[in-house]
Design a protein around this ligand. Structure first.
Ligand SMILES: Cc1cc2nc3c(=O)[nH]c(=O)nc-3n(C[C@H](O)[C@H](O)[C@H](O)COP(=O)(O)OP(=O)(O)OC[C@H]3O[C@@H](n4cnc5c(N)ncnc54)[C@H](O)[C@@H]3O)c2cc1C
Length: 410
């Protein structure tokens, strides 16, 4: 059994730790934060086998440029003269092809379905994180969006997912929690959801049970090499020896990758959410309000709304009130009886999604360093894909064949 050091205690790092510890490895997790907040905590909690189309898709570049001139739009690239951004933009442009989408779809679908199975296993162990299988409703208000969503639904059906195409009356029959103002919807029965903060608490308790050592508030700043092997991890609390290393540092991955002499093209996609506690009157089915790209998730007695994707830097911690207003307006347009008001600054959460230009996560053994696994870049699907990623990380370390084909995650 090996000593495995995981850098990053977000959902990807912790799920990796879980499957490695289950295999009997001695696992250590390092995180620079106190591990009570961050991208893996305030997200929309959706487990989405339905999301088979990566962000890099035909038409996205033109749409993104249009949105850049709308202060309330759901997508924004902060324009700046920066080599990483230019490189990322060029790679995104090159990836946004029908061929890339075609190859990505089955890979994402397989990874997602594996993750959902693993979530089912975890939910059988504990009800504490409110895992539910109510599917996902894609709601829309315009014929143009209806056409796009219908097309995506048909592609998902082609991959074997169960999809219902609903009229506005059928949407009203399914969504009994509140009135909807839409022209129709698509219901992906494959999807599920959970309460992210509760899941993070659950997985941390499991790690404790397996004697995983967690060093929070510990910043990893460098590596000690012996030939092409990482022999030690240098932190602000001292140096730790290791047999294997897993890099799961989300949006901060490029910084540490540089220390490992590898380049990872990845930028943070900032998004916001706010949660209304103990709501009786609320939507009952997790939904995406398509034109505004707002995610709506009932979580036990609470309801969470999330949205926007601002491609920016991890230093940008400002809450953009205009974009938050865009989220609130979208909610009120789709759910006319909710009367949501602007959340206070202190009640607004933000997180950085780790976005690769191809829209695909990176889950692989590094080709040059003998004992390094990369597990990052899960963008909008990190919660959804975390257990499967963790299982694959454990399989890569054991040198076993992986449960799903990882060619697209290189
Ligand atoms: C508004 C919003 C809604 C979302 N909704 C969903 C959803 O419904 N479903 C879904 O699947 N995904 C969703 N996501 C995406 C999901 O939250 C992310 O993909 C996921 O949290 C990424 O997890 P991670 O572990 O890779 O990164 P993180 O959670 O960011 O963890 C990385 C960790 O690495 C640590 N770290 C970084 N550098 C160092 C260092 N040098 N030393 C030590 N520690 C370090 C950080 O402190 C951090 O804790 C959403 C995201 C947002 C913003």
């Amino acid at each position: 059994m090996k000593k495995v050091s995981i850098i990053g205690g977000g959902i990807i790092g912790l799920c990796s730790a879980y499957y490695l510890a289950k295999e009997g490895h001695e696992v250590v997790v390092f995180d620079k934060s106190d591990m009570t907040d961050g991208c893996s905590y305030g997200n929309a909690g959706m487990i989405v086998p339905s999301h088979i189309i990566p962000l890099a898709q035909p038409g996205m570049m033109a749409q993104g440029i249009k949105w850049m001139f709308d202060s309330q739009s759901p997508f924004y690239v902060q324009p700046r003269l920066n080599v990483d951004l230019l490189k990322w933009g060029w790679q995104f442009y090159k990836s946004a092809t029908p061929q890339h989408v075609e190859k990505s779809m089955p890979a994402l679908c397989d990874l997602s379905l594996l993750s959902k199975e693993l979530y089912q296993d975890l939910a059988n162990e504990s009800a504490s994180f409110f895992y539910e299988e109510k599917g996902l409703l894609m709601l829309y208000k315009t014929d143009k969006t209806a056409e796009e969503i219908y097309h995506e639904g048909k592609l998902a059906e082609g991959l074997g997912l169960e999809v219902d195409f609903l009229s506005k009356e059928q949407v009203a029959k399914l969504e009994t929690g509140t009135k909807t103002n839409v022209i129709g919807g698509v219901h992906y029965k494959s999807d599920a959801h959970l309460y992210p903060q509760r899941f993070m608490q659950f997985i941390k308790a499991e790690l404790e049970r397996f004697d995983v050592k967690i060093y929070s508030n510990t910043y990893v700043n460098d590596f000690i090499f012996r030939g092409n092997t990482i022999a030690g991890i240098s932190t602000d609390k001292g140096v730790f020896t290791t047999d294997e290393v897993v890099l799961a540092t989300g949006s901060w991955s490029p910084e540490l990758a540089k220390k490992l002499k590898i380049s990872i093209s990845l930028l943070p996609g900032k998004g916001y959410s706010f949660t209304l506690k103990d709501q009786i009157h609320k939507p009952s089915i997790p939904s995406i309000l398509c034109e505004g790209k707002v995610a709506v998730t009932p979580m036990n007695t609470d309801i969470r709304f999330g949205g926007t994707m601002e491609i920016t830097s991890t230093k940008d911690t400002k809450i953009n009130q205009n974009r938050l207003k865009g989220i609130v307006n979208t909610i009120n347009n789709f759910y006319p009886d909710l009367n949501i008001t602007m959340p206070k600054k202190e009640d607004t959460w933000f997180g950085f999604r780790p976005c690769t230009p191809s829209g695909m996560p990176v889950i692989k053994k590094d080709s040059r360093t003998s004992n390094l696994i990369l597990a990052t870049g899960h963008a909008m699907m990190g919660l959804s894909l975390a257990p499967a990623t963790g299982k694959i990380v454990a399989e890569l370390i054991a040198g076993k064949p992986t449960s799903v084909d990882t060619t697209m995650f290189q």
